[in-house]
Design a protein around this ligand. Structure first.
Ligand code: SF4
Length: 512
């Protein structure tokens, strides 16, 4: 089987989903080739600029192209990350080199892809992207780079893993190209975005005829059932979960990071799963974790096998049990970061120091609001006094914090948003980075039934709704508040300026 991870997603580390699939397939003796077409495609696009004749005569375009190789090399050097202005300039120039190549219809950046004619929220547009694949800016890449790799593998199946909306239009252009170019192959599509679409009660299989099989959730079980039915028995499912990811496909040094980063998930789903605004709750994703000892053994195996420099924990929230294993055992000597909740354990300064000793250098935390009544109504399960103590403990321990805020929920009004502003200002010395988001109402959440809603767009695949805010605190007012007050508060503006452009939290650990 050939597994392809298409552009555009961040190119700081390898894609974990296809590595998990590859591990499971190989253990069942199913030949498998993984292609990180995101990394290869983005580097191909940046190099394409070198041959671009139309540089508009603009000097910064010339500089970005002329220094492309130097900038890529610099972004693999940790020293550059310690000088935020230098780092920022290199990333912006790399992005410019990528942005220059396509024509004006398409905008490709280091973190996004847009097509002014098509939206990934409409199945009809995705089908157009598939049928007119020659128009896609990555079409030549499919022909020159992907084609020989697919030709070299005799498998009848090609899997495309789509995790983000920014990948969808290109993934479908790729599917259309495969359908024409390799008409004897069957196309399977899976990944996080596909799982969300297949979870929609309104899902109506709009891609029949183009995609042979769309897989919801853990793809390895379905693929083994399909490709090696004799190996598959219902009670094998537990075993399949336990396969080690296989990153043999990785060219670790090609990723844009100051060292190799191993992405690792200790569980699927969220152990809390109660926040009312969260798609995890709306989609009903089950929490599945393995024992800490097995996970740690797998992790140590991968760290040794690939000699990686850093670990990125991908969990929605690392469980207290797993954090505890880090803090109490001397597990590995690699620096790591990941998402956690404001757990009881973090209230202990000794625990935070132990986490630092385990290699923890950055924790991402969903604070969401600085108003306790908003947190209570959204069932966040966070106490603001505890959160204050935790932010301080982490700072004292030397662990950076990436704090996520959510504005415009149905529970918030302007007074509550001002409380968030006050809370963040008061704690600004303990917050390294901030992520600000305006709430999108999950389309099939229980709250959607109680609000006056409408679709953001006519897209049948849209996962979110706009809604009439019960307190009149609508998106326009929220946006104005953020732009005119929140972001301009001096202490907050200082934090926002630190944020790594395009790579955001993926590079935050290195600049903290
Ligand atoms: S802790 Fe995070 S992932 Fe879990 S339910 Fe809340 S918002 Fe969702």
């Amino acid at each position: 089987m050939v597994l392809i991870y298409p552009p555009v997603a961040k190119i700081s580390e390898p894609p974990p989903g296809v590595a998990i699939l590859a591990g499971a397939l190989k253990e069942h003796n199913i030949p498998c080739k993984v292609i990180d077409a995101n990394l290869d495609g983005m580097l191909w696009l940046s190099k394409k600029s070198l041959n671009s004749l139309n540089l508009d005569g603009i000097s910064w375009n010339r500089r970005a192209i002329k220094n492309l190789d130097n900038n890529i090399a610099a972004l693999k050097n940790i020293r550059v990350y310690k000088n935020i202005d230098q780092y920022r300039q290199k990333v912006i120039d790399l992005n410019r080199a990528i942005t220059i190549a396509p024509n004006s219809r398409f905008t490709v950046t280091l973190s996004d892809y847009t097509d002014s004619n098509l939206t990934p929220l409409k199945s009809q547009d995705l089908l157009i992207s598939a049928s007119k694949y020659q128009e896609n800016p990555f079409y030549q890449f499919f022909e020159t780079d992907l084609s020989p790799k697919i030709d070299a593998h005799s498998s009848d199946y090609i899997g495309i893993s789509v995790c983000y909306l920014s990948q969808a239009l290109i993934a479908f252009a790729l599917a259309g190209w495969i359908r024409d170019r390799f008409s004897n192959k069957k196309i399977i599509m899976g990944g996080g975005l596909i799982t969300s679409w297949l979870s929609m009660p309104t899902w109506s299989e709009p891609f029949k005829g183009l995609i042979d099989l769309m897989v919801k959730g853990k793809g390895e079980e379905r693929l083994i059932e399909l490709l090696a039915p004799s190996n598959f028995e219902a009670d094998n499912k537990i075993e399949i979960q336990r396969h080690k990811p296989d990153f043999d496909f990785c060219q670790w040094t090609n990723y844009i990071s100051p060292g190799s980063i191993l992405p690792f998930r200790t569980a699927t789903g969220c152990y809390w799963r109660r926040c009312r605004f969260c798609p995890e709750r709306a989609e009903g994703t089950l929490y599945r974790a393995e024992s800490s000892s097995r996970l740690l053994s797998n992790l140590n195996y991968l760290v040794d096998r690939y000699n990686v420099d850093y670990i990125h924990f991908l969990d929605d929230a690392i469980s207290p049990g797993f954090l505890n294993s880090f803090a109490t055992q001397n597990i590995f000597s690699k620096n790591w970061y990941g998402f956690v909740r404001f757990n009881q354990e973090l209230k202990s300064q000794d625990f935070c120091k132990a986490l630092y000793r385990s290699g923890c250098r950055l924790l991402k935390l969903g604070l969401e609001s600085g108003d306790q009544s908003v947190l209570d109504k959204m069932e966040k399960g966070t106490d603001l006094d505890f959160a204050s103590q935790i932010l301080k403990n982490l700072k004292d321990a030397g662990i950076g914090t990436y704090v996520y805020l959510l504005f415009g929920t149905a529970f918030e009004d302007e007074a509550a948003a001002n409380k968030t502003l006050d809370y963040v200002t008061t704690h600004s010395d303990y917050i390294s980075f901030l992520n600000l988001a305006i709430f999108n109402l999950p389309r099939f959440s229980e709250d959607a039934a109680n609000l006056e809603t409408e679709l953001f767009s006519e897209g049948d695949l849209s996962l979110y709704l706009s809604f009439k805010h019960p307190k009149g605190w609508d998106r326009k007012k929220v946006r104005l508040f953020l732009d005119r007050q929140f972001k301009r508060a001096p202490a907050i503006s200082k934090i926002l300026k630190r944020d790594p452009p395009f790579f955001t939290s993926n590079h935050a650990m290195f600049v903290v």
